[in-house]
Each structure stands twice: as structure tokens, then as C-alpha cells.
Design a protein around this ligand. Structure first.
Ligand SMILES: Cc1ncc(COP(=O)(O)O)c(C=O)c1O
Length: 437
């Protein structure tokens, strides 16, 4: 048998696009974290931003599948529309008007598009507004997967100045924009990315005053800078919703290109991987839909039918009440364990989360939490994973933060995970970092 020409050793390599090269050469932190978790069976992950299998709505989905599969001449199992299932788009518009203070939101289902999770919406928005080298303004800290996405597309993430609480420093932002204009880069600023409620990783929420202040700054710009308001965790509050309305409902933002992103992966069924985008910027939404058409010409239609069925039965809201209690309890178990293991005495601080699935903790400045640091290595020795906080910053990153997730890890395992985490901190102290708890 003749040997294949394809195996010639000096054959030139295949050529990748810029996107392919970035992906090949870059490192995916999530992939690395997931691979670590899978390769160590004893591993307890405080890193994964997953939800809790215990409260995923198996019964509701099972009932929906029985009710839907095979009915309507199998229509639910057929491809659906690129922009999403009309019934689900109506549910999304209703959902948005159901948030406190947003009853009068003038937005209908035509302005809501279903996506393959909100991650797809983030990707398409960056693709449609940014070329390589362009700038996206981000909060400090920000969602690290979004920062990776920007890097992959060759887009620059520029942090907006912030105060110690993460609030955007409005005069500082004005100065930053002025500096960019002066250096001829004004037109390279193509997007602003905000997380309005229970942000990843900080669980910070943005109040209406801060939102209005931002509108005033953007109003003064020569050209609009589209704004993404990512509300992935909005419904995962513990006791009460954060009272600020979304940008879509605020008068100051009325005629501005705002893109509201929501998802059903965090508050409902993660594996259905369904999210949405809502906007009054109709031309941009058309562009968005066209790119989505190129990518997938429609998100999974059956998953959308399941969600619509759940909404129409009124089961979505009741499910939310169940899981809010569950995540509140897990969050408090995590915090109690951190305290009982002496972390505050060792100089660690955190704001008690009021929603979301994450806790954002700050160590003393001389504690290095980055990947490969003595602390990180000690955690791996203890079979513990966390997200090093420096990954959540664009530009100069502090190296003494960690993101801990209480989403996926079973409630009963959280105390053991925290015990090991704090033990690792003690070990790291022996290697030079400061831990006395
Ligand atoms: C802030 C934020 N936005 C968007 C997403 C993407 O979620 P999905 O694509 O599952 O809707 C996540 C996932 O963790 C997130 O934390």
C-alpha cells in the first residue's frame, strides 16, 4: 500500500485565520479549569459557574417533554425561526415588563430575539460592532469569559475607572474618553459592557443614579457607543430584587442603542442553553439576526418550546422562588465556613452577596492568588479549584482576589471545600504569603 502524501513531515502547516490563530495560541482558562476538575475525582470545585443539579427543574422539563413531543404534527421537533419561536419571544417581552417598575416598558416581542444562551449574544454583538484592535469598555472586575472572548477576536478590553466598591468613576470615565479621542482612538471605542445585577464576579448591582450618570457622559459623545446590559443573574436575588430598572426603561437612555441580554440557563434549566437579546435599536437587531442566521439559523427549537410551555403554565416564577431559597442557604453555608476557618482574621474581606452564584473575596495585598502561585498550587494539592481574581480584570490586575462559586458544589460539601481552601492558605503562608488564621 502506498503511504499517504499527507504524512510528509516537511509539508507546510495549514493556515489559520486570525481568529483561529488567537484560539490556537491563546489559553482557555475555563477549559483548563474544567480539565483539572475532571482529572481529579476528589476535586471540589469552587470555580465552576454552574448551577446546582439538585435544583434543576427535571420534573417540569419532563412534563413539558411529554406534553410537547409528538404533538402538533411534530412541529416542535422541526427547525424554528432564526429570531426565535414567536410564543417564547412573547414570553420574554412579558417577563421584561414583569420586573419591578418596568410595567410600562414599551418593547414588544419583535424587539426580543432568542439566542443560544446569552454567550452567543455577547459574541455576535462584539463581532458586529468591533474589528480587531477596536476597544470595548468594561467594568473592573468583569466577566472573565467575556474578556477571553474579546482577546480571541483581537479586540481590546479597556477598564473603566472605578472606586473601591466597583462603581464606575464617572469623571474618570470622561477623562478616559477624552484621552482616547485626543490620541485619535475615539472611533475605536465600539461598545460598553455592563452587568446590571449581581455581576460576575463581584455580585455588584448598578443603581439608577449611576446608570443615569453614564447616560449623561455618553450623550456628550460625538457618536453613540452601543451599551450591553448583561442581566444573567438578575432573577437570582435572595430576598428581594435589586430595585434599579434596566437601561431599557430609563428615560435618560431612551433613544440610545442599548442591548439587554437575559438568559434561562442560570435561573431555570442550564442545559437548555437558551437566552435572549432585547433592544429598541431595530436596525442593529436586524444586523444581529443576520449574523445569527449565518451562525445557526435558529436556536434549538424544541428547547424553546419547553420554555414557552413552562412560562404558559406559570411554572417559571414558582421555580424561581424555590431556587432563590436554595442558593441563599448555600451562600450562607459558604460564608459561615469561611468565617469559622478564620479567613477574616487572616485579613480576607468580602461583601455578603445578595444574589447570584458567586462570592468575590479579597485577601491581603501580599497574598498572591494567581495561577501558579504558592496559594494556587496549595489549593490544587488540596484538590480545590477557585477562579484567580486577576483573570477578571482587563489591563493591570490586582493579584489578591478570588472568585468562589457556591452554585454547583453540593451544599453538604461546601464546608469541606472551605476547610481545604483555608488549609491551602495556611500552607501558602509557610511558603511566604501571609496567613495567620
Ligand atoms: C455574566 C454572564 N453573562 C453571560 C453568561 C453566559 O451564560 P449563558 O450563555 O449560559 O446564558 C454567563 C455565564 O456564566 C455570565 O456569568
Amino acid at each position: 500500500m502506498q503511504s499517504s502524501n499527507f504524512s510528509t513531515p516537511d509539508r507546510p502547516e495549514i493556515l489559520y485565520s486570525r481568529l483561529g490563530r488567537n484560539a490556537r495560541e491563546g489559553d482557555s482558562v475555563i477549559t483548563r479549569l474544567m480539565a483539572e476538575a475532571l482529572s481529579r475525582p476528589r476535586m471540589l470545585s469552587l470555580a465552576a459557574g454552574f448551577t446546582d443539579n439538585r435544583v434543576l427543574p427535571g420534573d417540569l422539563v419532563e412534563e413539558a417533554v411529554h406534553a410537547l413531543a409528538g404533538t402538533g404534527g411534530n412541529a416542535h421537533l422541526q427547525y424554528g425561526m432564526n429570531v426565535g419561536r414567536p410564543g417564547l419571544r412573547r414570553c420574554v417581552a412579558q417577563l421584561l415588563k414583569g420586573y419591578p417598575g418596568e410595567e410600562a416598558l414599551d418593547l414588544d416581542e419583535e424587539q426580543c430575539l432568542v439566542t443560544n444562551g446569552s454567550q452567543q449574544a455577547l459574541y455576535i454583538l462584539v463581532q458586529m460592532f468591533c474589528d480587531p484592535g477596536d476597544i470595548v469598555l468594561v467594568e473592573s472586575p468583569s466577566y472573565f469569559v467575556f474578556l477571553e472572548l474579546l482577546k480571541g477576536l483581537g479586540v481590546r478590553a479597556v477598564p473603566m475607572p472605578a472606586d473601591g466598591e466597583g462603581r464606575i468613576d464617572l469623571p474618570g470615565l470622561e477623562e478616559l474618553l477624552a484621552r482616547l479621542r485626543q490620541s485619535g482612538e475615539g472611533d475605536r471605542v465600539r461598545l460598553m459592557y455592563l452587568m446590571g445585577a449581581f455581576a460576575n464576579p463581584s455580585t455588584r448591582c448598578i443603581g439608577e443614579e449611576e446608570k443615569t450618570g453614564l447616560a449623561r457622559i455618553l450623550e456628550g459623545m460625538e457618536r453613540p457607543i452601543p451599551v450591553i446590559e448583561d442581566m444573567a443573574y438578575r432573577e437570582l436575588y435572595f430576598d428581594r430584587p435589586f430595585p434599579a430598572r434596566s437601561l431599557l426603561s430609563l428615560e435618560a437612555w431612551r433613544d440610545y442603542p442599548v442591548f439587554y441580554l437575559g438568559t434561562f440557563t442560570k435561573p431555570f434549566a442550564t442545559g437548555l442553553k437558551t437566552g435572549f437579546i432585547a433592544s429598541r435599536a431595530s436596525e442593529s437587531l436586524r444586523v444581529f439576526a443576520r449574523i445569527k442566521g449565518h451562525q445557526d439559523f435558529g436556536s434549538a427549537h424544541f428547547n424553546q418550546a419547553i420554555l414557552q410551555h413552562i412560562f404558559e403554565r406559570g411554572a417559571y416564577e414558582s421555580h424561581l422562588w424555590e431556587i432563590r431559597k436554595h442558593y441563599l442557604e448555600k451562600c450562607r453555608v459558604l460564608e459561615t465556613a469561611l468565617r469559622e476557618n478564620g479567613l477574616p482574621e487572616a485579613g480576607w474581606t468580602w461583601q455578603s452577596p445578595q444574589g447570584g452564584l458567586l462570592l468575590w473575596a479579597r485577601a491581603r495585598e501580599n497574598m498572591d492568588t494567581r495561577m501558579g502561585s504558592p496559594f494556587h498550587r496549595a489549593c490544587l494539592e488540596q484538590d480545590i479549584l477557585y477562579v484567580p481574581g486577576d483573570l477578571c480584570f482587563a489591563g493591570k490586575a490586582p493579584s489578591h482576589f478570588v472568585r468562589l462559586s457556591f452554585g454547583a458544589l453540593d451544599r453538604d460539601l461546601i464546608p469541606e471545600a472551605v476547610r481545604r481552601f483555608c488549609e491551602a492558605a495556611r500552607v501558602a503562608a509557610v511558603c511566604g504569603a501571609d496567613f495567620t488564621g
